[in-house]
Design a binder for this molecule. Structure first.
Ligand code: FAD
Length: 557
């Protein structure tokens, strides 16, 4: 029997930060993760983490305004205000914990300028910011005696009478399924990038957390808001961090022209990501691309600078394209990167399902709205990871221990057994690829009713084919085949919710750009979309955006 006060699913930055705070609150906290904690996708974050530092004259209001404008006024302004106000202290605390942020010539924390912001307020550790933060938070979690279930795969939640009481999970080493009870559960399962193909996200970013919460009755909010990052490698979809443009790299079209001057005369390459990606795609569509790409040019920065400040990017360019960034420009294009949408939470991480909380990329407290600014996601994980743990620990302190019905475990075991027993037929990988490609085609940088309908129809068809998915590996030890089949089950729900959100929003805002409805419509659509599971299907509701100090105006860069 496994039992805790607060159980956190996910050991990325959101989950680890939450676990430290829960331990500080004196509750019995545990983290469960399908990969070793420092293999979580947070490890891949290169560019940095934003924070307005008031002692340097950068007031929180400036960061809040940039974030809200970046979101195309879809972010909830109370949540943004909280994040901006808490950011400075959060960075200093990380520094004190041991994150060795890069420093400037004066020995102060150094900052680079990221997209959609006029001020350099992105703090970084070379080009390995996420990795440096994750290592430190993992050490801190161990120091705080947090319990870890490493390489355990959560495949279902224990939900009774609409309340969440824990999870059902497979110990990947043995294949054994167990119930792990908890008074409060925090979903910190990261993004769902792999619902798209290609994506900058690690292969583990399959988004079960979204599917689990959705099936438990929590709505998914603004799922149509998919971020396409302006600089990903053609073919592989691997990311070249915004740090390149933050440090001064140019974007060039086939004529060798810095075309961003046409689209964002003031911010140029450092306009918000949705704007830059649309500009690139327009150049490509209008015949000014280079083999379907745009070029990213760092040559003028010089070899020493590139190797010191952007060493990891140089490594990726050499290894995957054979390009030396100091000598040659590199072909890039917009690629799926991040989901602004997620499990709807309040500003304390509570979902609509009692006992279930969410933080990090899987959650939508709504600080990113229609478009996330680069380096605001790491900030979101730290600020809301902490806040969510406080709320979850308080809930746990007032909740009774619940003894759940063991028959739930039996039915979860039967679900695995059915996959094992099914004779060889369809494989999950083929369905996953088709889903991913149709999502990029239908819910892309540009979309319209026809493309949304096509993606919706493909996802529906793939859902019916899912009944025929079988697994070849019948073994117990490290059966990643069966995990992939169960991940796909939830990914199809996530894909469905994205299509439903895209279909519902009859305007263009942020990353949701409909060529058939190109204008933002504040009169009717200053609203979030909420997708609820409803029987075998879904229903979409809307919710007003929280506006406090910043009146929506036209967004130009
Ligand atoms: C290549 C890349 C570069 C990026 N660079 C930046 C950047 O410079 N700045 C920035 O702000 N943002 C950046 N981002 C975005 C940012 O890194 C992520 O949004 C953020 O790190 C997500 O953190 P998280 O804690 O929510 O989730 P993750 O770090 O993705 O962790 C998810 C955790 O959930 C666990 N999990 C998931 N499903 C299950 C399951 N079924 N059972 C058990 N465990 C499960 C995983 O094991 C993992 O531990 C980048 C993203 C990518 C892909």
């Amino acid at each position: 029997m496994y039992e805790h006060d607060v159980l956190i699913i996910g050991a990325g930055l959101a989950g680890l930060r939450a676990s430290i705070e829960a331990a500080r609150m004196g509750v019995d906290a545990a983290v469960i993760t399908k990969v070793h904690p420092i293999r979580s996708h947070s490890n891949a974050a290169q560019g940095g983490i934003n924070a307005p530092m008031t002692d340097r004259g950068d007031e929180w209001e400036g960061h809040a305004l940039d974030t809200i404008k970046g979101s195309d006024y879809l972010a909830d302004q109370d949540a943004v205000e909280l994040m901006s106000r808490e950011a400075g202290d959060a960075i200093i605390e990380l520094e004190h914990m041991g994150v060795i942020f890069s420093r400037n010539e004066d020995g102060q924390l150094g900052a680079r300028r990221f997209g959609g912001q006029k001020v350099a307020r992105t703090f970084y550790v070379g080009a390995i910011t996420g990795s440096a933060m994750l290592q430190v938070l993992y050490e801190q979690a161990i120091k705080h005696d947090v319990n870890f279930y490493e390489e355990w795969f959560v495949s279902n939640l224990i939900v009774e009478d609409g309340v969440c009481h824990g999870v059902m999970a497979m110990d990947i080493h043995t294949g054994e399924l167990q119930m792990i009870r908890a008074k409060a559960v925090i979903m910190a399962t990261g993004g769902a990038g792999r619902v798209f193909e290609p994506s900058t996200n690690a292969l583990i970013c399959t988004g079960e957390g979204l599917g689990l919460a959705y099936r438990a009755g929590a709505p998914l909010m603004d799922m149509e808001m998919i971020q396409y990052h302006p600089t990903t490698l053609a073919g592989s979809g691997i990311l070249l961090s915004e740090a390149a443009r933050g440090e001064g790299a140019y974007l060039l079209n086939a004529e060798g022209e810095r075309f961003m001057k046409t689209y964002a005369p003031d911010y140029l390459e450092l306009a918000s990501r949705d704007v830059v990606s649309r500009s690139e795609q327009t150049e490509i569509n209008e015949g000014r691309g280079i083999d379907g790409n745009i070029h990213l040019d760092l040559r003028h920065l010089g070899r020493t600078f590139i190797e010191e400040r952007l060493g990891y990017l140089q490594e990726v360019a050499l290894e995957f394209v054979g390009v030396d960034l100091a000598e040659t420009s590199i072909p890039i294009r917009p690629g799926m990167h991040y989901i602004m949408g997620g499990i709807k939470t309040d500003i304390n991480g509570a979902t609509e399902v009692p006992g279930l909380y969410a933080a990090g990329e899987t959650a939508n407290v709504s600080v990113h709205g229609g478009n996330r600014l680069g380096a605001n996601s790491l900030l979101d994980t730290i600020v809301f990871g902490r806040r969510t743990a406080i709320a979850a620990a308080e809930f746990a302190n007032s909740a009774e221990r619940h003894s759940s019905d063991e028959s739930m475990l039996a039915s979860e075991k039967a679900r695995y057994q059915a996959l094992l027993d099914r004779p060889a037929d369809l494989r999950s990988a083929g369905i996953r690829r088709e889903m991913g490609e149709s999502m990029v085609a239908g819910i892309g940088v540009f979309r319209d009713q026809k493309s949304i309908d096509a993606a919706t129809a493909t996802v529906k068809e793939l859902r019916s084919l899912y009944q025929r998915v079988a697994v070849d590996n019948k073994g117990k030890v490290f059966n990643t085949d069966i995990m992939a089949a169960i991940e796909l089950d939830y990914m199809l729900d996530v894909a469905h919710a994205i299509c439903a959100g895209a279909n519902a929003r009859k305007e263009s805002r942020g990353a949701h750009y409909r060529t058939d409805m190109p204008d933002r419509d504040d009169e009717n659509w200053l609203k979030h979309t909420l997708v609820y599971k409803d029987g075998e299907g879904s229903r979409v509701e809307t919710l007003d955006v929280t506006i406090t100090n910043w009146t929506p105006i036209e967004r130009v860069y």
